[in-house]
Write a protein that binds this ligand. Structure first.
Ligand code: HEM
Length: 503
């Protein structure tokens, strides 16, 4: 009896296996990129992703060495592009391998925009030149491309950071958890510079804004956010959106940056109103804060935890004490190359040829930044090492790596418009920290221990999994006057010797 039961179960499993294998085989066109990880059809890639996250894609690159491949998941096919030479072709076909539907989905699910707003943003006309989505990034160019708008924004962020560091600990050593502290500093510097004197985040109740982000995936997949992302939903609907609604209702944006004014103008000129305008700020908040905070944290970690890097960076900053060029953001670039985890997704709108490969309508095309950023054929044998000099070049030195290999800010039509602002902000924050303070780990033995990482699929930078308690110790009693002139001229820092005791 037991034996026949066992044989029945085994037979059914076998039959199911044959069926799904045949299903995969007969639905995979020979012109599509090769399907891999088919040992357990549809299930192997799912398990690989759940347990390996972004590292799974790096393993698959090393295991199969393919330029592009297909992963078949339940109800979904994903084409993963490994080869840098195929990426420009992906980026060029903006209407057939499109980002706009993903943005529209994020708007509808993550930001909590209502039906009227969604009808405008996600309309069938989203690909037309004058649509909400097509005009959004260009509408922010006056504020985020090099020029007076960007200078004012960066200047405000640097002034905030500088003022905050000047007051830190009242000139005495201060114990902090590093990520928590960096997050607070960057969060306030960024929101003060964007929203101005009526910055909603001055209200301590909005600290719970941090609860929003961990729930983004549950919102995006509509995986019962009211159950699985309760705190996130509460932060969004009860705290953040009402705070932004009040901000715009009181015309506070008129005292804020050109960036928030451009966004308001863009929203209202396309017909968004009231709560929907406020809800779009959720997306902006995530875009401008999540990756900036994590980048600053990892840069502080990499610069301060290695005595050689620390000495070199500090010497560089001190040497240029009087005038520090904003272009000197090599360490920001290396941090972004080394730590980046972004998965960029696009939707195939109709059957399309990419080089010699057929991409089927409805599939997702992905590029995985760590795949390109850990490729020794692109970066050389030191690819696995944090090298603060990697992006440094003398005035007559030629670039030795392909510039397209640096994927941290995206590329083609979807290039991060905040890249100038964040590079200046993070670089200046770390430079100010280098000039004024030492950081001493307060863990057992006083040694720096590399924190493990969380790999959120929705972010470009990981957050640390482990706490990193440090003491921030003032180096001396000098006082610093920080003047930000303009991004084309640089960040000027002038040391003022002051009477004993001052800071
Ligand atoms: C270190 C910090 C940052 C990193 C690493 C980063 C990275 C990226 C990447 C990789 C993309 C392209 C996404 C894709 O291809 O799927 C992107 C897009 C975008 N980023 Fe950033 N970003 C950062 C900071 C910022 C800031 C400060 C802002 C705003 C002030 C911003 C606003 C945006 C926007 C609006 C887009 C969408 C562009 C579009 O729709 O064409 N980002 N970012």
């Amino acid at each position: 009896m037991m034996t026949s039961m066992f044989a029945l179960v085994l037979g059914s499993v076998g039959a199911a296996y044959v069926f799904v294998s045949a299903l995969l085989y007969f639905t995979q066109d020979s012109k599509e990129p090769p399907a891999i990880e088919t040992a357990l059809p549809f299930i192997s890639p799912l398990l690989g992703l759940v347990f390996g996250m972004q590292q799974y894609y790096v393993k698959l690159r090393d295991k199969y060495g393919l330029a592009i491949y297909t992963l078949r998941m339940p109800g979904q096919r994903i084409y993963v592009v490994n080869s840098l030479s195929l990426i420009p072709a992906v980026q060029r076909q903006i209407k057939t391998i499109a980002f706009a539907p993903i943005e529209a989905q994020a708007v509808a699910t993550v930001m909590g925009i209502g039906p009227a707003g969604n009808a405008i943003i996600g309309s069938d006309k989203m690909f037309e030149a004058d649509s909400y989505l097509s005009t959004f990034v260009p509408s922010t160019h006056p504020a985020l491309s090099p020029g007076p708008g960007l200078d004012a924004l960066s200047g405000a962020a640097i002034r905030y950071a500088s003022g905050s560091l000047a007051k830190l600990g009242g000139g005495k050593p201060m114990a902090v958890e590093l990520f928590f502290w960096v997050r607070q500093e960057l969060f306030m510097a960024t929101t003060e510079s964007i929203y101005g004197p009526k910055n909603p985040f001055r209200d301590p109740a909005l600290e719970q804004a941090y609860d929003f982000e961990p729930g983004i995936m549950a919102h995006m997949l509509q995986a019962w956010p009211s159950l699985l992302a309760r705190k996130s939903l509460h932060a969004r609907d009860r705290l953040l959106i009402p705070a932004f609604e009040k901000y715009f209702a009181e015309d506070s944006h008129l005292q804020g940056s050109l960036l928030v004014q451009c966004r308001y103008e863009h929203n209202t000129s396309h017909g968004l109103r009231g709560r929907d305008v406020a809800a779009t700020e959720i997306g902006q908040m995530v875009a401008s804060l999540t990756n900036s905070v994590a980048s600053a944290f990892w840069m502080v970690y990499h610069v301060f935890s290695d005595p050689v890097v620390l000495a070199a960076c500090r010497a560089e900053v001190e040497q240029q004490l009087v005038k520090m060029e904003v272009d000197d953001d090599d360490d920001v670039h290396e941090t972004l190359r080394y730590v980046h985890i972004r998965v960029s997704a696009r939707v195939v709108m109709e059957d399309t040829m990419l080089d010699k490969y057929l991409l089927k309508k409805g599939a997702t095309v992905m590029t995985i930044t760590p795949v390109q950023h850990t490729d020794a054929s692109l970066w050389g044998p030191t690819v696995g090492k944090f090298d603060h000099r990697r992006f440094l070049r003398g005035p007559d030195e030629k670039r030795t790596t392909n510039p397209a290999a640096f994927r941290s800010f995206g590329g083609g039509a979807v290039l991060c418009p905040g890249r100038h602002f964040v590079s200046t902000e993070v670089m200046s924050f770390v430079a100010l920290l280098l000039l004024r303070f030492d950081l001493k780990p307060t863990t057992k033995g006083g040694k720096w221990v590399t924190p493990r990482k969380n790999y959120p699929m929705t972010s470009a930078m990981p957050t640390p999994k482990d706490k990193l308690p440090v003491e921030i110790v003032p180096r001396d009693q000098r006082k610093w006057r920080v003047e930000f002139s303009s991004s084309s001229k640089g960040v000027e820092m002038i040391a003022e010797d002051v009477a004993k005791g001052g800071l």
